[in-house]
Design a protein around this ligand. Structure first.
Ligand SMILES: NC(=O)c1ccc[n+]([C@@H]2O[C@H](COP(=O)([O-])OP(=O)(O)OC[C@H]3O[C@@H](n4cnc5c(N)ncnc54)[C@H](OP(=O)(O)O)[C@@H]3O)[C@@H](O)[C@H]2O)c1
Length: 302
């Protein structure tokens, strides 16, 4: 099996590339590879059709895992055309170049929903509130239009990254550790999953015959405030700098959905696997802090 991973130097892509040990893996990103295991990389801009076509032709992948995106929600809001170019058109170029024989795995978001109900399912109607959400939904539609050989994975994850770009969980960890003031929203809910837990389950799905849309995230719906409390408890950090607040009083450019929680029932029934609760994921996250990427997959939770 040859696997092409876009966004391989990002949070999710780097973890997937590391977890795949038996396959021929080629990473694509505009940044260099930073993991401890050697990885064949094609470095360049995925917005360039010529670059995408050349990379896909050279690798002839049996699986494409598309993680690269414009992930900054407020940047998308400021520049809708740029968001579309990254999240919809780049996806179209890639899925067409890969062809119908290749399994195309598109990583997408809980932000495609309106966010006015708990535990959205795959059959609920998407209705994004943000430009980011719309552009990712258009990416999903490009994948569906290209054929049936796909997995569309809607998720929301956290983890340790390369240090080049601090993830939100890293930022939260550091703020709690240094006593920097943090406001956790009590009226903004989600179902977060630790990235290593996500990748282990994603790869089971990839190797299965199942196709279509799957929600794959944590089992528990928590507020951002509750998540911060639990992260502090799991990591033994003080909570003195954490205060509860409302998203209503935050000056965010993009109008955030308030309930981004997803139901993973379809994934669990289809694969027979569970998804972890919030504390289990956070314990693993805390324990992995000083581990290399490869070591994170050697310390299985299950
Ligand atoms: N993080 C979450 O909680 C979350 C939640 C829901 C869905 N997702 C989805 O999950 C996927 C992966 O997210 P992530 O957090 O791993 O993102 P990430 O850390 O930003 O990784 C994406 C990587 O792709 C690169 N990239 C972006 N555009 C590129 C281009 N035109 N050419 C080459 N490389 C490019 C990025 O470089 P730059 O850093 O320079 O942009 C980055 O290295 C995304 O599709 C995102 O929409 C993420």
């Amino acid at each position: 099996m040859s696997v092409l991973i876009t966004g391989a130097s990002g949070l999710l892509g780097a973890h997937i590339a590391t977890a795949l040990v038996r396959e021929h893996v080629v990473g694509v990103d505009r940044h260099p590879w930073w993991g401890d295991k050697p990885l064949e990389m094609a470095q360049g801009d995925l917005l360039s059709e010529a670059f995408v076509t050349e990379a896909v032709c050279r690798v002839a992948p049996s699986v494409v895992i598309h993680c690269a995106a414009l992930v900054d929600v407020d940047a998308c809001e400021r520049q809708p055309e740029v968001a579309e170019a990254y999240n919809a058109r780049m996806t179209r170029t890639l899925v067409r170049a890969a062809g119908p024989e290749a399994l195309f795995i598109y990583i997408t978001t809980d932000g495609i929903f309106q966010g006015d109900r708990a535990f959205s399912t795959e059959t609920d109607e998407p209705k994004p509130r943000t430009v980011y959400g719309w552009s990712k939904l258009h990416g999903e539609q490009e994948v569906q239009a290209a054929g049936d050989n796909h997995l569309i994975i809607r998720t929301n994850f956290y983890g340790w990254s390369s240090g080049r770009k601090r993830t939100s969980a890293e930022w939260l960890y550091r703020a709690l550790a240094t006593g920097e003031a943090v406001t956790g929203f009590t009226d903004f809910h989600f179902t977060p999953i630790y990235v290593v837990d996500l990748v282990e389950r994603l790869l089971v799905l990839m190797k299965s015959p199942h196709r279509g849309i799957f929600h794959l995230c944590g089992a528990e719906r928590v507020s951002k405030y509750e998540f911060a409390v639990r992260l502090a408890a799991a990591a033994g950090l003080p909570m003195t700098s954490l205060r509860a607040g409302s998203i209503e009083s935050a000056s965010l450019l993009a109008p955030r959905p308030k309930d981004m929680s997803l139901s993973c029932d379809r994934f669990c029934k289809t694969t027979g696997l569970d998804v972890p609760n919030c504390n289990a994921g956070l314990r693993r996250f805390g324990a992995d802090r000083d581990r290399s990427l490869a070591q994170r997959f050697e310390h299985g939770a299950r």
